[in-house]
Design a protein around this ligand. Structure first.
Ligand SMILES: [Zn+2]
Length: 484
């Protein structure tokens, strides 16, 4: 059975009405002498106005006719018409890269038509979607043995941000690009699908905190701390699944958490190891998110969230958005996975973390296999109906589909504002293995000590970094331009 929501929306509505009641009472002019008849009439009138709002059942939208609570299709439609359903993770931009090399204007790409795969505009509309976090993903670079080795990762991530934004902008009647929760609500009111960006892995930023700030400035609003490889900040679940150690967050990772908190950027713990989850929860000053993960005690895949972490998320005020990837939902027989497995995972997440801390994070267009009955973005309403049939109230569904994410995002933004207001400046920490270009003899140095050192050590040639034939990180000496 679901846990009772500590404060349901209808209870909140009641308390608002009560407050409004009190306010109304306060503005009745006390000096003016009114006969008790008028006063009684006034109170009775107010009661007539307010009573229907107070007595409204959780499944009944105010102002609308009562409906049969077992009419799940109608209830779903009503809920999703008044609350934006926001999915936490869709990898369509990755397909734009690998199938189209990011060319979306040459006539081949038309998402208004039925596409193969899981995502196109008509099916998003059928799915009554109100918002989407598009993942700007680039996979780990296997050739990169050392976090410092030169790589295409940051360039390709910039390209993914670019193509996702161009895709969103190309369909202005459908999508609205958003970087704030208030934009999401506004877009929903005007019938648009808000579109946000998330980076799926710290490797995509070269382990650089300065690069996080620039990603934020470019409009990215969450960073998945790791993907399927360790990085300068943290250990990934895949490393541990492959038999590796789980040291969790690195010392430099603590600086990453600090900067994410300061920026007011959503820190995503999907894909990280369990120790990393625990380390971040013990350090963070703001709520965290899981953009696409399941429940570990239902399916013991290391990508899923264990119960102690779910309880930590409840205390932290964050959110776990349920994933639809078959192998995370049933490790023994992924091909047998159905929409009911997703219901089981969501139910467990809600029971342990609370209905105020769950959401939806499909991984559509990123995973090859999806559950039977939940094949693509058009099927979100079917999932909602099944949750209702299992006993979820309309209020709980509103929280799950979008209200929780919007609250968590706004809380993270607010916390960032507070941290910045306290005078906290951008974090300047660097990974301990970081190397810097030096060694120009003739640079117009700012400090006498550097100039003296350059002469003493006979600097003269700048160095660059390279991966040698051995695959090891090396310094490659290039010829200096003596006129520099
Ligand atoms: Zn993923």
């Amino acid at each position: 059975m679901p846990e009772a929501v500590p404060v349901s929306l209808s209870e909140r509505l009641e308390s608002v009405n009560e407050r409004e009641d009190n306010n109304t009472a306060l503005i009745v002019h006390p000096q003016r002498r009114q006969s008790w008849v008028w006063r009684a009439l006034g109170v009775a009138g107010l009661a007539v106005l307010v009573a229907p709002l107070i007595s409204v059942a959780s499944w009944l939208v105010p102002g609308e006719a009562p409906i049969d609570p077992t009419n799940y299709a109608l209830r779903t439609r009503r809920v999703l018409q008044s609350t934006p359903l926001i999915d936490g993770h869709n990898d369509l931009p990755w397909l734009l890269r690998i199938e189209l090399q990011n060319r979306i204007y040459d006539g081949r790409f038309d998402p208004t038509q039925r596409l193969l795969g899981h995502t196109d505009i008509n099916r998003m509309k059928q799915g009554l979607m109100g918002g989407q976090f598009w993942s700007v993903h680039v996979h780990c670079d296997k050739a990169q043995k050392h976090f410092e080795d030169p790589s295409w990762l940051v360039r390709d991530t910039l390209e993914q941000i670019d193509v996702a934004k161009r895709f969103i902008a190309e369909y202005p009647d459908i999508f609205t690009y958003c970087t704030t929760p208030s934009c999401v609500r506004k877009a929903f009111k005007s019938g648009k699908i808000s579109s946000m960006l998330g980076i799926e892995g710290g490797h995509q930023l070269g382990g650089s905190i300065a690069a996080i700030r620039q990603a934020y400035d470019l409009g990215v609003r969450y960073i998945t701390t790791t993907h399927n490889c360790n990085n300068a900040w943290a250990t990934s679940a895949s490393t541990v699944a492959a038999g590796g150690e789980d040291p969790g967050l690195t010392a430099f990772g603590a600086a990453y958490v600090r900067e994410m908190n300061r920026l007011g950027m959503m820190l995503d713990l999907s894909h990280v190891s369990h120790q990393t989850m625990r380390d971040v929860l013990s350090l963070t000053q703001a709520p965290i998110i899981f953009s696409h993960s399941g429940a570990f005690s239902i399916t013991p895949h290391l990508r899923n969230v264990p119960d102690d972490v779910l309880r930590g998320v409840r205390r932290n005020g964050g959110i776990v958005m349920a994933v639809f990837v078959n192998r995370f939902l049933n490790m023994k027989d992924p091909s047998a996975v159905t929409i009911h497995d997703v219901v089981d995972h969501i139910w467990h997440l809600a029971e342990v973390a609370g209905w105020e801390h769950v959401g939806l994070g499909s991984d559509f267009s990123g995973t090859p296999h999806t559950p039977a009955g939940l094949e693509d973005v058009s099927k979100f309403p079917d999932l909602v109906e099944l949750l209702m049939a299992r006993g979820a109230t309309d209020d709980q569904i509103r929280l799950l589909v979008g209200e929780n994410l919007l609250r968590v995002w706004a809380d993270i933004e607010r916390r960032g504002q507070e941290v910045r207001a306290e005078g906290s400046r951008p974090v300047e920490d660097e990974w301990e293995g970081r190397k810097w270009h030096t060694h120009y003899r003739s640079s117009p140095y700012m400090y006498r000590s550097t100039r003296e050192r350059a002469i003493r050590e006979e600097w003269g040639e700048p160095n660059q970094f390279s991966v040698g034939k051995s695959g090891k990180h090396e310094q490659k000496v290039v010829k200096a331009d003596e006129d520099i």
